[in-house]
Structures are given as C-alpha cells and as structure tokens.
Design a protein around this ligand. Structure first.
Ligand SMILES: C[S@@+](CC[C@H](N)C(=O)[O-])C[C@H]1O[C@@H](n2cnc3c(N)ncnc32)[C@H](O)[C@@H]1O
Length: 269
C-alpha cells in the first residue's frame, strides 16, 4: 500500500518510522511518502495561510499550495488514490472505515492547520476522486497530523503480513464477526497470581467453550458499561439466548422492533 501525507510539519510524522508501521515500511508492505506543503509555495516567506473571507478569528490554508501539491502527488503514481481529509467536521473514523481503507492500494492524507483548508480544494478534487472527510473524535486538535498517525496505525495493522499473528485483530473491539460492535473484555497474562489478585479461573480451565462464553459475557458487560449506544444499535439477531439473559441481568430489554434498550437510571420499574 502506498501512503502520501502532505503537511507543513513533516517532522510530526516521524513516529511512522517506529514500531508496527516502521516495521511494515522496512518490510516493503507500506510505501510512505511525506511531503512538505511549503515546497509548493511561491513567495519568499512560504506562506500557506491567509485571513478568512467573511471575517472571524484564525487563518485559513490557501488553495494554491494545496492544489499544486495534490496535483504533483497524483501525477507521481498510477491510478487514483482515496484522499483522506482529517477534519473535526468529517464522518467518524471507525474500525469499519479502517478496514475499507486498508483494501485500497493508495491513500493520500491532507492534515491541515489553522482553521482548515479553503473549501474549494476539496470540492475540486472530490469532482474526480474519492475524497473522505474524516474525524477521529468529537474534540478539536490543533492540526491533522496526530489524526493521520491514528488512522495510519489503525489501517496498517489490518494489512496482510503486518501483524505477527494474522488472527490478532479478529477479537478486537469493533472487529467484524461474532463480536461485531462490542468492546473487548479484560485480558490477562502470567503470573496466575499478582499482588493477591487471581486470573479468572475460567481462563486457566482449558475449556474452550466456557472461555469463549466468558469472554462474550465480559464484552457485553463492558460494552453495556462504557458504550451502551453500541448495544442499542446492535442487530438483535446477533444475540443468542445466553446473550439475552446476560443483557437482561444488565437491565436491557428488547423493544417492539427487537432492538435492546434500557430504561434511564432510576426509571426501572
Ligand atoms: C484547529 S483544527 C480546525 C477546526 C475547525 N475550525 C473546526 O472547528 O472544524 C485544525 C485542523 O486539525 C485537524 N483536526 C482537528 N481536530 C480533528 C479531529 N477531531 N479529527 C480529525 N482532524 C482534526 C484538521 O486537519 C483541522 O483542519
């Protein structure tokens, strides 16, 4: 997979040389190219921003350097990339989207600074390319480089050959399959006792069926506690009889459409 990142802070992307992504690069699984946006400025000060039309605080990134930078990146490769635009006003970045992007051969990221990029740039490239405006969460960062690091790591670990054990992401939170849309429960390793705390007995029982059941119960418990919205959204067909009993214990009831809901705290009859 080829990844291009256009930024005014190339050094911010240094972590892409480390750990899993760094190893994937070294193994030739990822071809990462970082470009300095200022290389496409034409004035002495390498200006990339200007005041916003309509007034207001902050500065806006100028369209000309971005347009020329993206033209150059596009011309340097075969085929059409997906352009990923980090922005708090984008669609949420999810595991599903990471999976979808991991199947594309070429991604171009456009992390911005200031108040973002002049709108015409994305309108221009969206007219001929697949442009995705993506948010990594409901908060505002100073720039898009950290979101690029987040997204690249999530995407890269899904590429074949990147994780030592290809099954490692099968049971992850949000992974497609039987645990889809549930959070992963707690994990343990040796020693079996630490500071007076035991590993749950079931995990050392060697009984695969009981272990799988326990893990699923823990996933339901944790999801109910931390992300009840995920349970409410789940396709009820994904829940077996035991799941339903566990959910009932946690205060969840199927509604008229079969989906599970829970009375707000203190409203249980
Ligand atoms: C200060 S922010 C601009 C915020 C913009 N005025 C708004 O409210 O939508 C500067 C840049 O940081 C990046 N950024 C900030 N928060 C982000 C988030 N939650 N997800 C993705 N990118 C983000 C984007 O590249 C954005 O253009």
């Amino acid at each position: 997979m080829r990844l291009d990142v256009v930024t005014i802070f190339p050094e911010y992307l240094e972590p892409l040389n480390v750990s899993l992504v760094g190893k994937a690069r070294a193994a030739g699984l990822l071809d990462v190219r970082i470009h300095d946006l200022r290389a496409w400025t034409r004035d002495r000060h390498h200006t990339v921003d200007d005041t916003p039309y309509g007034g207001g605080p902050g500065m806006v990134m100028k369209p000309e350097p971005w347009g020329e930078a993206l033209d150059a990146v596009l011309a340097s490769g075969e085929g059409e990339p997906v352009v990923v635009v980090p922005t708090p006003s984008g669609r949420p970045f999810t595991q599903r989207l990471a999976g979808e992007l991991s199947e594309r051969p070429w991604l171009v990221f456009t992390p911005a600074r200031y108040e973002g990029i002049d709108r015409r740039v994305m309108d221009e490239f969206a007219a001929r390319l697949d442009v995705r405006e993506v948010s990594i969460g409901d908060y505002v960062l100073a720039g898009g480089e950290a979101p690029v690091l987040v997204m690249v790591e999530a995407i890269a670990r899904l590429l074949p050959g990147v994780l030592g054990n290809a099954d490692s992401h099968r049971d992850d939170s949000f992974a497609p399959g039987p645990m889809a849309d549930l959070l992963e429960g707690p994990v343990y390793t040796k020693p079996p006792q630490w500071r007076g705390r035991d590993v749950p007995e079931v995990l050392i029982s060697g009984h695969h069926g009981r272990i799988a059941r326990w893990r699923r119960d823990q996933a339901l418990l944790r999801t109910s506690l931390h992300r009840p919205d995920l349970i409410a959204r789940c396709d009820p067909a994904a829940f077996d009889r035991h799941d339903r009993a566990t959910l009932a214990e946690l205060g969840w009831r199927p509604g008229p459409d079969g989906r599970f809901g829970r009375a707000p705290d203190g409203m249980e009859e």
